[in-house]
Design a protein around this ligand. Structure first.
Ligand code: AP5
Length: 212
């Protein structure tokens, strides 16, 4: 199955990508994680993306589409993938659709995670992430150890209040219209109530795609 996880910053896309991918037996791809790794490595792609990411702006569409082209070419993605945060503009949706058409593939669904803005701000202001495995946490201090892999937990620069405000504005202005594009395009859109515990949200998402 090829599924896009869609929703505002803090909706839980990163939290849900792994359990859903594990259940379906396909890899997960998060453009945010790929870009942060490029920034850490100091690669040309990372240098191009860093300033926009720190401000909470989107990186250019051609950078995202290049990441998708590389991802879909991997043998591990032949049976499908969970695409976390991959499609954030209409040109990205168009580019991905054209790419899939050339490969004779199509999206099975767009899962859109619904969370009120005030809960998003609450989640992001308390988040730390593991520098190594990228797992997000809600109530663990920066500088402590990741319980999963022993990496160090850090605060993301774009979780500072000003960048969070900008990310939410960018989401409403540039990303939310993508859903309308998918609707017109006939892609299956599944709305998931993403309040409640992460396990509850995973169960709702799997049930909604017929894989409880
Ligand atoms: P990215 O890393 O994708 O950030 P984002 O979309 O802003 O999403 P987040 O990672 O902030 O939130 P999430 O929905 O994954 O929530 P999470 O599971 O962590 O992108 C970063 C930047 O990269 C972008 O701003 C942009 O610059 C660039 N970029 C990436 N993709 C791009 C693209 N396609 N086009 C252009 N630019 C792109 O959860 C948040 C917190 O809530 C965590 O602490 C978590 O533990 C907690 N939580 C999760 N679920 C629950 C729950 N059910 N109850 C309580 N707490 C919960």
């Amino acid at each position: 199955m090829l599924i896009v996880l869609f929703g505002p910053p803090g909706a839980g896309k990163g939290t849900q990508a792994e359990p859903i991918a594990d259940r379906l037996g396909v890899p997960k791809v998060a453009t945010g994680d790929v870009l942060r790794a490029a920034v850490r490595d100091g690669s040309p792609r990372g240098l191009e993306a860093k300033a926009a990411m720190d401000r909470g702006d989107l990186v250019p569409d051609d950078v995202i589409l290049a990441i998708m082209e590389e991802t879909l070419a991997r043998p591990s993605a032949a049976r499908g993938a969970i695409l976390d945060g991959v499609v954030r503009t209409v040109p990205q949706a168009e580019g991905l659709s054209a790419m899939l058409g050339r490969l004779g593939r199509r999206l099975d669904a767009v899962l859109t995670f619904e969370v009120p803005d005030e809960e998003l701000v609450r989640r992001l202001s308390g988040r730390t992430v593991c520098e190594k495995c990228q797992t997000p946490y809600t109530s663990r201090e920066p500088g402590t150890e990741c319980p999963r892999c022993g990496g160090q937990l850090v605060r993301r620069r774009d979780d500072e209040p000003e960048a969070v405000r900008n990310r939410l504005a960018v989401y409403h202005r540039q990303t939310a219209p993508v859903l309308e594009w998918y609707r017109k395009n006939g892609t299956r859109i599944v709305s998931i109530d993403a309040m409640g515990t992460p396990d509850e949200v995973t169960r709702r998402a799997l049930k909604a795609i017929g894989r409880p």
